[in-house]
Ligand binder design. Structure first.
Ligand code: MG
Length: 377
C-alpha cells in the first residue's frame, strides 16, 4: 500500500486523482490533502478519505476545520504545504495545485526523497533547473501528470533512453484552431472555455486557446526528459488521440494512444512503472477513428512562438512570461480584457524586464511578484 499526499485535492486534477484512488482502493491510502478556497468540497473529501493531515489556504478555514474535526492535524498557507512535504510516512506527493504556491513544498519533498507526481506546470516552467538538479542529487523521480509528458514517459520506457532523438508533443489546437485572427478578436471567456476535447480547469483551458499551454509543455518536457529545445517539436493533432510521440534514431516513432482522459496519466504516475486495471480500461474504441497532424501556425498563435523563444533564453524569462500570462488570463476570465489583449500584455512584459541567467529561487519569486504587481497598476 502506497501513502499519497495530494496538494490541490479540490481542483480538476485533485478530484480525478481521488477517482483513480477510489478505483484502486487496495493500492493507495490518502495521508494528507490540501486545498485553496473550495472548503465545502474539501470537507466532503475529509469525511470520505479520512486523511491524518490537511492544509488550507487561510487561517479562518483552518480554525473552522479544527472545530469540526478535533482529531485532524490542520495546517494552513504555504508553510503548511511545506510541513506536509516534510512528513515521513508517505510515498508520493501529487502536486495538483495551480500557480506557484507549491514550488517550495516540492523542493522540500525532494529533499525528503519522496516521488513527485507533478501536474503543476509552474514548478518546472519557473524553477525547472533548480528542481531537476535537486531531484538528481537526491535520486528522486519526478513523474508527469500531464497527458503529453506521460505519453513520452510511456514511449521512452525509462527516463533516459539513449536511442530517443526527438520528442513530438501533440496539441489539440484549442477551440480557435479554425478561426481567423479577426474572429478571435471577438471571443469571450465563454467561447474560449469550450475546449473541443479535454475537460480541464479554466486557466489551462484559456492557455490551450492561445497555445501558451503547449509552449509551457515544451519547457516541462525539456526539464523532465533532458532534451534540447531543438529536439522538442509541437504538432497539431485535433483529435487528441495520440498524446505525444517519441522519435528514435532509426526513424521509428512510438506513440501513446488512448481516450483524452487525465485518469490515465494520473494512474500511470501513481503506479509507475507498473500498470493496473483502472477507470479507463476497456473504454477506448479504436474503430472508425481519424487522425490528422499539422504544423502549428505560429503567426496565428504568436504566444506559442514567444513562449518557445523565452524557453530558449532561459533564466527568468519563462517565469516572466508565465506570470504575465497568468495575470492576463485572469483579467480575461473576469471580463476585463479581450482575448487578443492576453497577447499584448504578455509581449509587453517579456520586452520590459531583463533576464537573469542563472537565478536563485528567491530571484525567481521576486520577478514573478513584480510582474504581477506591475500588471495590477
Ligand atoms: Mg497537457
Amino acid at each position: 500500500m502506497k501513502n499519497i499526499i495530494i496538494l490541490g485535492s479540490t481542483g480538476s486534477i485533485g478530484v480525478q486523482t481521488l477517482e483513480v484512488i477510489d478505483k484502486l482502493k487496495d493500492e493507495f491510502s490518502v495521508l494528507a490533502i490540501s486545498c485553496g478556497l473550495n472548503i465545502e468540497l474539501f470537507k466532503k473529501q475529509i469525511e470520505k478519505y479520512k486523511p491524518k493531515f490537511v492544509c488550507v489556504k487561510n487561517s479562518e478555514h483552518a480554525k473552522e476545520l479544527e472545530g469540526l474535526y478535533p482529531d485532524l492535524n490542520v495546517l494552513y498557507s504555504e508553510s503548511g504545504l511545506i510541513e506536509l512535504a516534510k512528513l515521513r510516512a508517505y510515498d508520493i506527493l501529487v502536486v495538483a495545485t495551480s500557480g506557484i504556491v507549491s514550488v517550495r513544498a516540492v523542493l522540500e519533498a525532494i529533499k525528503n526523497k519522496k516521488t513527485i507526481a507533478l501536474a503543476n506546470k509552474e514548478t518546472l516552467v519557473m524553477a525547472g533547473d533548480i528542481v531537476t538538479k535537486a531531484a538528481k542529487e537526491n535520486n528522486v523521480l519526478i513523474l508527469p501528470i500531464d497527458s503529453e509528458h506521460s505519453a513520452i514517459l510511456q514511449c521512452l520506457n525509462n527516463l533516459a533512453n539513449p536511442y530517443a532523438k526527438r520528442l513530438w508533443i501533440t496539441a489539440s489546437g484549442g477551440p480557435f484552431l479554425n478561426n481567423s485572427r479577426d474572429e478571435m478578436k471577438k471571443f469571450s471567456a465563454n467561447d474560449a472555455l469550450k475546449h473541443p476535447k479535454w475537460n480541464m480547469g479554466k486557466k489551462i483551458t484559456i492557455d490551450c486557446a492561445t497555445l501558451v499551454n503547449k509552449g509551457l509543455e515544451v519547457i516541462e518536457a525539456h526539464h523532465l526528459f533532458n532534451f534540447d529545445y531543438e529536439n522538442i517539436k509541437v504538432v497539431i493533432h485535433p483529435q487528441s488521440l495520440v498524446h505525444s510521440f517519441v522519435e528514435f534514431i532509426d526513424g521509428s516513432y512510438l506513440a501513446q494512444i488512448g481516450n483524452p482522459s487525465m485518469h490515465i496519466p494520473i494512474q500511470y504516475a501513481l503506479t509507475y512503472p507498473k500498470r493496473l486495471e483502472g477507470i479507463e480500461s476497456d473504454s477506448f474504441n479504436l474503430f472508425n477513428k481519424k487522425m490528422e497532424f499539422f504544423e502549428p501556425d505560429y503567426k496565428k498563435f504568436p504566444l506559442l512562438a514567444l513562449t518557445l523563444e523565452c524557453a530558449k533564453l532561459g533564466g527568468v524569462m519563462p517565469a516572466i512570461l508565465n506570470a504575465a500570462n497568468e495575470a492576463a488570463v485572469y483579467k480575461f476570465l473576469n471580463g476585463e480584457i479581450k482575448f487578443l489583449d492576453i497577447e499584448r500584455i504578455v509581449f509587453n512584459a517579456v520586452e520590459k524586464y531583463d533576464n537573469i541567467k542563472t537565478p536563485a529561487l528567491d530571484e525567481i519569486f521576486e520577478i514573478d511578484k513584480r510582474v504581477r504587481s506591475d500588471l495590477e497598476k
